[in-house]
Design a protein around this ligand. Structure first.
Ligand code: HEM
Length: 104
């Protein structure tokens, strides 16, 4: 079985300068969304993800709901979460603590 190394491609600083920076403007050209050919988090070609639309809808609903209802802050006295990831079938964030405050 061949498994592509998506995290290394998508975090390649030659393709995406400052890959760990939150820079939505990297995907905006002349005020419009513009995704380069090297951006393919859902794969390419025959085996491209079948669940991309469902995944994006779920992530939008989950993240917006969480941000509407809670404020997320660093834990006092603790360093910011590491940018390391845990390898797996899909990469995930390394475990970290956060202070969650209800906004309701
Ligand atoms: C953020 C969430 C997701 C990401 C980042 C993701 C990413 C990917 C990637 C990169 C591939 C291609 C793997 C390859 O090249 O061999 C893939 C394939 C696939 N994904 Fe997803 N996926 C996500 C969510 C989902 C969901 C929610 C479903 C189904 C409900 C799904 C179903 C599939 C299937 C069936 C394939 C295999 C397609 C094939 O081999 O023909 N994925 N996904």
């Amino acid at each position: 079985m061949v498994v592509s190394n998506f995290p290394n491609i998508l975090m390649d600083p030659e393709l995406f300068p400052e890959p760990y920076g939150f820079k939505p403007e990297r995907f905006i050209v002349d005020g419009k969304l513009s995704l380069p050919d090297t951006f393919f988090p859902f794969g390419i070609s025959k085996h491209r993800c079948m669940g991309d639309v469902l995944a994006k809808c779920n992530m939008f609903m989950f993240i917006t709901t969480m941000l509407q209802r809670f404020t997320f802050l660093p834990c006092p006295g603790e360093p910011l979460p590491s940018l390391d990831h845990v390898d797996g079938a899909t990469a995930s964030a390394a475990p970290f603590n956060t202070l969650v405050i209800s906004r309701m």
